[in-house]
Design a protein around this ligand. Structure first.
Ligand SMILES: [Zn+2]
Length: 283
């Protein structure tokens, strides 16, 4: 009796087996067409768990989000717009440094203003950066007024433009606050980014980033440049070459626009690298 039953099942399988296979194939095709209507997220989850299974790892049901796996960057500000104050040193009665003390033909105040105006134009490339000038013509502005303009605007960066008054020497240097008044990390970064791009344009001598004040004196209230000390945001003071250096003056005239572009590009790079802007308008 048992033998007869076995033969019967074999025959049934032989007849219906191929039919069952066809049915299974048809069903699986219907299933995959349904999958196509599902959100794109789900097949990805299936894929990742399959890979995990193949590699012997415990399947992870959570889909990895790329943003969370990226290295964490320090974020200082998240805003739609950044404000940069451009401060052309001296002006009006205050001519600043001269190319020649006995027979001056070139005044620092003019070079500072020309560079500042070019920097202001260069920043127009970056719509999320707004600039404020502490002066736009040959007028005298007090140091405390320059700081007040920046502080009242709640600016994000303050960049003072000068040329070196020392009698001998050549090259570009950038001054920042020393850290006696607090953390000067961002000041240092601002100066480093700017110096790197100025150096790429070409300077006679990269004199580096310096902190404090050139004529440091223990009796002074502050051993920092006034505008660095009394502005409440990261700041730096660029000495764009020596007024008494012919090569620096030639560089200044030949590369004015490139230097201006470099300063604006450096700020933009810093803003991008540090993610200072709101993510939806991040460049
Ligand atoms: Zn100066």
């Amino acid at each position: 009796m048992a033998k007869r039953r076995r033969i019967r099942w074999d025959r049934i399988l032989m007849v219906f087996g191929p039919l069952l296979l066809i049915l299974i194939l048809l069903f699986s095709r219907c299933g995959s067409s349904d999958d196509r209507k599902k959100p794109a997220k789900e097949p990805k989850a299936e894929q990742s768990s399959t890979i995990a299974e193949e590699s012997g790892a415990v399947p992870d049901v959570t889909v990895p989000v790329p943003d969370q796996t990226e290295p964490a960057m320090p974020v200082d500000v998240q805003t739609q717009e950044l404000v940069v104050v451009i401060d052309p040193g001296h002006g009006g009665n205050d001519g600043g440094a001269l190319n020649d003390a006995n027979n001056p033909t070139r005044f620092e105040k003019d070079d500072n203003l020309n560079l500042a105006l070019a920097v202001e134009q260069a920043f127009k490339k970056y719509p999320y950066i707004r600039t404020i000038m502490t002066r736009t013509d040959d007028s005298f502005v007090e140091l405390n007024e320059r700081c007040r303009i920046a502080n009242e605007a709640n600016a994000d960066f303050f960049i003072s433009l000068h040329r070196n008054s020392a009698v001998s020497g050549d090259g570009v240097e950038i001054w920042i606050n020393n850290d006696s008044g607090g953390d000067n990390t961002m000041d240092k970064m601002l100066a480093q980014y700017i110096m790197e791009l100025l150096d790429e344009v070409g300077v006679s001598n990269n004199r580096g980033i310096k902190s404090g004040f050139r004529n440091s004196d223990a009796n002074r209230e502050s051993n920092n440049y006034y505008v660095n000390r009394y502005t409440q945001m990261p700041s730096c003071l660029i000495e764009m070459g020596f007024m008494t250096s012919d090569v620096d003056n030639q560089n200044f005239d030949a590369h004015l626009q490139e230097y201006a572009d470099a300063i604006a590009a450096a700020v933009n790079e810093l803003v991008t690298d540090r993610r200072l802007l709101s993510t939806d308008i991040q460049p």
